[in-house]
Each structure stands twice: as structure tokens, then as C-alpha cells.
Design a protein around this ligand. Structure first.
Ligand code: 9G3
Length: 569
């Protein structure tokens, strides 16, 4: 492509964009905002998007995925069958056609794909079936921000699989997991597959694929020694210290005036917070439950929910606390409860020979309270949030926190949609069964931004060769100089004849502008044709490392493969 007529409107600065990927995609003339959260993809972005999509297609086809393209306009009736027309708020884009019929612009396509399959596919002999599409999704985010990272219109690859039984779903899920690892690796991303909490979408088993980037909205736990990663709420804590022998000393009630927080109590008693106990009371499916954790730890309510197999866990209200504990928040404990309630304790408290806990009375705590003597803990379990420095549940290495940017999410759906939509097949006994389903998403436009987020320097984007808009950037430094332009033109034609994708800066711009733009666009290999061209010398530069070498124009084509390899080291 010749830059003289190429729509690549580069900018030196942009206004409000704070996310690096947002800034650089705008400055490199790759995207332009049409409306909040709604972007046009200019030629360079379109070229990279198509490469990302091609990688996705190869990996989906590689696991027997069949590409379809579903409508963006979906009849509201389909979404009423699953109850999602009513459930989703303003984020769901609704419209009417000219006859006044209600439609939605698809934010995802579980309903649409299930409707297609229920009409067309009904024998176990034809399962499993994996369909996928690459399509524009609509989600009317209240606060779209960060460019392509949270848009209202974005490109998603969404795949859906249909199975006769769970084993078949598990098999496809594992293949999809591996395909995602391949896709994000081929895109040059540093990512982690994170076990996530099934959450609202239902079904057991779900993984998020997180790109490590400070721009990430999620906090994930990663091991510094192995590739373990998990959401904070899912990360398992490994109990380190052994159980302590109970303290012989008698429990004592001590006045702790105005010490309603862990910090106050620890300071008043001149002890570290790790020697105090934090008491929380939850309503677990309506039932009060007391949870004890070490003073410097945080209760993980998802772990409480999963331990008790509950569906709703919330903080207990004041009156429930008064009714069951008899004292105010800040002075709660398991000793002398007015009404019995289940008492859970985090496993870290097994290492305490006695507890310092609230006395269920304002301005009083107990010290030397011993479990089994002065109160009863019903169950010890892993109930706290993992912290920096805890050990990796998989390899024992040290874990740390990182910001993650979600680029993919895979789910085992089960029959959540096939039940509500009566999408069934005949099993081998001729019995009607609901399809067992999986769904698998990748944010294609989000991947583009994530790559830029992870791969740039102060001068601009540094494209991995697999998704770069072009492979080679030929720059004629002074396009008014006959000799330079001729040498550059020849190189442009030779490289293209050899099958490379070449961007040719033939503009009548000053050298400084050309070099700044070349750094900004981040094409992996640059051929600079400058004043030395008359001596038969051109410069080869690797954008990622800045490494530059000189050679004769006729040597350039032979050197490109090695330079591209150097880029992706
Ligand atoms: C909606 C709206 C927004 C939504 C959804 C539905 C997110 C919704 C979750 C998914 C699950 C998977 C298939 C590909 C992978 C992800 N935001 N989700 O269902 F109506 Cl307005 O999209 N779908």
C-alpha cells in the first residue's frame, strides 16, 4: 500500500484517551469514534482484525467448528422464551420494525443459535455439533470507555456446542480451551486461563482468558513460579501452619472502650492484627451464619456460598445481629450468643491456641477464648481471600496479584437454554432429551486493543508479526530525490513480488515526520532508503528492538525472514 493515498490519519496527540491502547489506536490512524463506544475501523485496523479473525477461524475449524453467520436483529419473542428480554435492562438494545414488531440487536446469541438447532437438528447420531460466528455485538453500556476495550458495538467470535451428554461437552470444552490457548499464543499475547466462578450464566465450569495488562479491570491471582491463575474469589488458600494446642489460661473479659475495629482492638491490646479474630455475620439463604477469620484477613463470601451450597450470601442486618448476638457490630463473637447460629472459621485460625473476640457487648472483648471450651466452631474451611505472598495451591510457589483484561470466556452451559427453549433431540433409546450446551466467546476487537496494550513503547505500537497490518515498511526518506525514490520503488515491488505485505512511505513529508509515523504504526521490519542509497546502501531496522543494520538493496529480500523472526523473540 502506498502511503501517499492511504487513509492513515496519524496524530501526534489525542485528548481524553487515558488507556494506552485507546491513545495509540487513535494516534496511529487505526480507529475513529463515530459515537460513544462506537468506532470505525480504518484500513490498518481492518487488516489486523482480519488476521486475528483468520487465526480464530483456523483454530475453530481445527476442532470441527462450523462457521455460520446469525442475524444481529433478533425477534424479541426468542428472548422472551428465556426470560432475558425482561431481565436485561437498558444494556439490551431494543427496537421496533416498521410494523411495530419488537426486536433486539444481539448482545450474544444463545437464543438465536438454540432456535436454529432445535428446528434443524434432532438426533443423537448427529451430535456433538459446534457452530461459531464472527459478528458484531451490541451492548448499550452505561459508561463505554477505553476505546475498543469496552464498546457498545464490538466484534465477537461466539461459538456454541450441542451434546447428547456431559462427557461429550467436557471433551469439546477441553478442545476449545486448547484452541483458545493456541489463538492467544499465536496473537503474541501474554495471558492466563483463569478458573472463574460460574456466576449468573449458570452451569458448572468456566474459564476466563485474561491478558496481563495494567489497563485490566479485573484483579487476578497468578503464581510467579507456574502458570496457575484464578479469580480472587476462586483462588484456593493452602493452610500453612499446623493446628495449635489449646491455651490453658482461662478466658477473660476485658474492657476495650471504643475499640470497634480490628485496628483499634489490636492497638488497645498492643498486639498484631494477626492475633485478633474478625467476626462477620452473614445471611446465607436467609439463615444467620457467623464466620470467623484472622484479623488481618478478608472473608471470601463466594467461598462461604460454595461451602454451604447456597445461592444468596449477604451481610446480616443490624436487627438480626442484635437478635442473635445481643451486641453491636464491632464487638461480635461466638461466646454467649443469644440465639444459636452456625459458626464457621477460616482454617488459618487452627494455628491459634486461643482467640481474641468480641464479647457481644459494646466496649468489651474476650481474650484467651478457646474453641471447644468456651465456644464451638461448627466447621473450619478455606474461607478467606488469598493475599500477596500466600503459596500457590498448585506448586507451592509465591502468588501475586495482577490486573487482567478479559479477552475470552468459555462456559459449560448445561441445559440452561435448551430447557427454556425446549430444544431437544432423540437419544439412543428414542427418548426426548434437552441438548447439553457449551458457549465460548472471544472479543475480537478487544484482542486488537489488548495486543496494543501489551506491545508498545513510548514511540508507538510494536506489532507481533502474526497480526501486524503489514510485514515490511519501506521508507523513502526524501521522495523528491530521484535516486532514493527509484531504489525505494524497486524494493517495494521486489518485496511484494516475493509475497510480503508492504507499506510504502512515498509521501512528500519531512524525514522526522516519516520516522515518527513509522515508529507509531509499528510495522515489524523497516527498510530505510536515504542518502546512502546512491552508494548502494539501505538500512534495515527491527521495530521491536530498534536494532539497525545496513546492506545493499538486492540483499533486502533475503534478509526479511530472519528480521521477522527476530521481531517475535
Ligand atoms: C445480554 C446483554 C449483555 C450480556 C448478555 C446478555 C454478557 C450475556 C454473557 C455472555 C455469555 C457468553 C456467548 C459467547 C461467550 C459469552 N453480557 N452476557 O449473556 F442481553 Cl444486554 O455473553 N455468550
Amino acid at each position: 500500500m502506498r502511503q501517499k493515498h492511504a487513509l492513515i490519519p496519524t496524530l501526534r496527540t489525542v485528548g481524553e484517551a487515558e488507556m494506552m491502547s485507546h491513545q495509540l489506536l487513535l494516534r496511529a490512524g487505526m480507529i475513529r469514534q463515530l459515537a460513544a463506544g462506537i468506532y470505525s475501523y480504518l484500513p490498518l485496523a481492518q487488516r489486523s482484525l482480519r488476521k486475528i479473525e483468520q487465526i480464530v477461524r483456523e483454530e475453530m475449524d481445527g476442532i470441527e467448528g462450523q462457521e455460520v453467520l446469525l442475524p444481529a436483529m433478533n425477534p424479541a419473542e426468542l428472548w422472551e422464551e428465556t426470560g432475558r428480554y425482561q431481565n436485561y435492562g437498558p444494556e439490551l438494545v431494543k427496537l421496533q420494525d416498521r410494523h411495530g414488531r419488537a426486536f433486539v440487536l444481539g448482545p450474544t446469541h444463545e437464543e438465536t443459535i438454540t432456535d436454529l438447532v432445535r428446528d434443524e437438528w434432532s438426533s443423537y447420531k448427529k451430535l456433538p455439533l459446534t457452530l461459531y460466528q464472527i459478528q458484531t455485538k451490541f451492548r448499550d453500556e452505561r459508561r463505554p470507555r477505553s476505546g475498543l476495550l469496552r464498546g457498545r458495538e464490538f466484534i465477537m467470535k461466539d461459538a456454541y456446542s450441542f451434546h447428547a451428554d456431559r462427557d461429550s461437552l467436557d471433551e469439546t470444552y477441553d478442545k476449545m480451551y486448547q484452541a483458545y490457548v493456541n489463538i492467544f499464543t499465536r496473537c503474541g499475547l501474554d495471558f492466563r486461563a483463569v478458573e472463574a466462578d460460574a456466576g449468573a450464566i449458570g452451569g458448572k465450569g468456566t474459564h476466563e482468558f485474561m491478558v496481563l495488562a495494567d489497563a485490566g479491570e479485573d484483579t487476578i491471582v497468578i503464581c510467579k513460579a507456574c502458570d496457575y491463575a484464578a479469580n480472587v474469589e476462586m483462588a484456593e488458600v493452602v493452610q500453612q501452619t499446623a493446628k495449635a494446642d489449646p491455651d490453658e489460661a482461662q478466658m477473660q473479659k476485658v474492657a476495650t472502650p471504643g475499640s470497634a475495629t480490628i485496628a483499634d482492638v489490636a492497638e488497645f491490646l498492643q498486639l498484631p492484627e494477626s492475633q485478633t479474630v474478625k467476626t462477620m455475620v452473614f445471611l446465607v439463604d436467609g439463615e444467620p451464619v457467623m464466620v470467623l477469620v484472622q484479623g488481618d484477613h478478608e472473608v471470601n463470601d463466594v467461598k462461604v456460598k460454595n461451602l454451604l451450597n447456597a445461592s444468596v450470601v449477604e451481610m446480616a442486618d443490624e436487627e438480626t445481629i442484635q437478635e442473635f448476638c445481643g451486641g453491636p457490630i464491632g464487638y461480635l463473637g461466638p461466646v454467649g450468643l443469644k440465639k444459636k447460629m452456625k459458626v464457621l472459621a477460616d482454617q488459618a485460625l487452627l494455628a491459634h491456641s486461643s482467640f481474641i473476640i468480641g464479647a457481644n457487648e459494646r466496649d468489651y472483648h474476650y481474650v484467651n477464648a478457646v474453641d471447644g471450651r468456651d465456644f464451638q466452631v461448627d466447621q473450619y474451611a478455606d474461607l478467606r481471600n488469598i493475599q500477596e505472598g500466600d503459596v500457590c495451591p498448585r506448586c507451592g510457589g509465591e502468588v501475586g496479584f495482577a490486573k487482567g483484561l478479559e479477552v475470552g470466556h468459555i462456559f459449560k452451559l448445561g441445559t440452561r437454554y435448551s430447557d427454556s427453549m425446549k430444544a431437544t433431540f432423540l437419544d439412543q433409546n428414542g427418548k426426548t432429551q434437552p441438548f447439553i450446551m457449551g458457549c465460548y466467546g472471544i472479543g475480537i476487537s478487544r484482542v486488537l486493543a489488548a495486543i496494543v496494550e501489551q506491545s508498545h513503547d513510548e514511540n508507538g505500537i510494536i506489532w507481533p508479526t502474526s497480526v501486524a497490518p503489514f510485514q515490511v515498511h519501506v521508507v523513502a526518506v526524501n521522495s523528491k530525490d530521484e535516486e532514493q525514490l527509484r531504489v525505494a520503488e524497486n524494493l517495494y515491488e521486489q518485496l511484494r513480488a516475493s509475497g510480503y505485505e508492504v507499506l510504502f512511505d512515498d509521501r512528500a513529508e519531512r524525514a522526522g515526520v516519516k520516522f515518527k509515523d513509522a515508529d507509531l504504526l509499528g510495522i515489524p521490519v523497516r527498510v530505510v532508503v536515504g542518502t546512502k542509497a546512491k552508494d548502494g546502501i539501505v538500512e534495515l531496522k527491527i521495530r521491536r528492538t530498534g536494532e539497525a543494520t545496513e546492506c545493499a538493496p538486492e540483499e533486502v529480500v533475503g534478509k526479511v525472514p530472519e528480521l521477522l523472526l527476530q521481531t517475535d523473540k
